[in-house]
Design a protein around this ligand. Sequence first.
Ligand code: GLA
Length: 502
Amino acid sequence: MKQLSLVLIVLSLTIGWTQTSQNSLTGNWASETPSNDGYIRKSYFNLKHDGDKITGTIRATQFFYTIKESTGSPEAFTLTASMMDGKSERKVTYEGKFVNGELVIGRRNRPEQPVSFLPAYRVPEGEGALPARIEPPAIYPVKDNGLARTPPMGWNSWNKFAGRIDDATVRGIADAMASNGMKDAGYLYINIDDTWEGYRDKQGNITTNKKFPDMKALADYVHSKGLKLGIYSSPGPNTCAGYEGSYGHEEQDARTFAAWGIDYLKYDWCGARTLYTDEEMPAIYQKMGNALMKTGRPIVYSLCQYGRLDVWKWGADVGGNLWRTTGDIRDTWDSMSGIGFRQNELAQYARPGHWNDPDMLEIGNGGMTDTEYRTHMSLWAILAAPLLAGNDLRKMAPETLEILTNKEVIAINQDKLGQQGKQAWKSGEQEIWTRRLSGDATAVAIFNRGKEDAKMTVKWADLQLTRVKTVRDVWSHQDIKAFGPEYGVTVPSHGTVLLRVK
Ligand code: GLA
């Protein structure tokens, strides 16, 4: 009898405990963002509630936040969480509903937009925790890989396709580039950006997701067209889109990329911000720079950390062939021109093998006029910027192809002196930039950033150009009679006249 009552007491305590723990929001939760590539991107909510107050952490894609504030009750709550990203604070707001032991939770991106709630389920304590921090290596210069003596040219999947890139599309792009005149014009690299990644296998090797059934076969295909294949990863545990990063697997991944036949790596800071400060970036980028060198395969190394910590001052030392100087470009005049015209101070850091990268081209993506796209191309030519087309090469307007393949403009971009151009004159929204070219030539770009067409006059002496012998308009492909002390021309709104002067 005594024993039976003891059993009953234990049983009722256990049931009671299970019920409260089932009915308590406290615990580790995960939600899944659906995708069609077999890689499940999970967000983790490690929550604890004490009365109405909720504390804990949230891990989502490349971010790891600490909850700073909660309002409402465990049944219907709003969480404000934050993290340090370099020196700036990042904040997010999540809303959750917890009814009958079931949690739905979602992020509020903008106050006016609705929250898209996802169901969350309980996962074991510890799942989704940030990996332990690996101390950055000591700094020493990485040997120059000898690549990218002129700014890299090619194509990248992100601007047009983002997460919708797959094997068939990459093959189609390679076919197009090999046959539409782009390859002849100098375009070479076909770069797969984020979202190709799968999980790691038991040995820790990175695999591809369903969109890329066989990366080696894809590289073989691209190579068979006389083109090269690029790929993307992050020094963090996660990429920007929340896929597997190279954290703790740098050498292994470099070996995998080399074995697949990869020729170019874009290495994007992303999730590294959860573990490292901006000051540690050089050491972290050096790690992959070294790992790539050790593979023995020539792999162009592209740093992507949005221009933080004056990357132009150390990008080459860590093995970088190019480094992003800004945040992401968008297919708008304001974004493109804002980025392009802001590069003046960086000119001194560009040189053969090492380039400032104001981001990939948006030409042909539809958000700007052809006049604006010609300005985009002209500006990137003057800036000695990488020319990575970002549109769908399989179907583009003839005007787009013409802009992308203008050989005289490309010749300015690819000039072997490798000197980045600079602003030489400015008045209101009108600017003239020049770039010194080999063979005693100079590229002169006459930009009208204004809303109205404008008559603009170049005084050669203002540009330190004396004894002007030939002037060629590289967009109209015409030699111009402009041998007087100045040259006047009407430049359309948002347009450019680009000249090669000898
Ligand atoms: C960052 C980069 C972009 C692109 C995306 C992919 O935003 O700056 O160029 O690579 O990540 O997730």
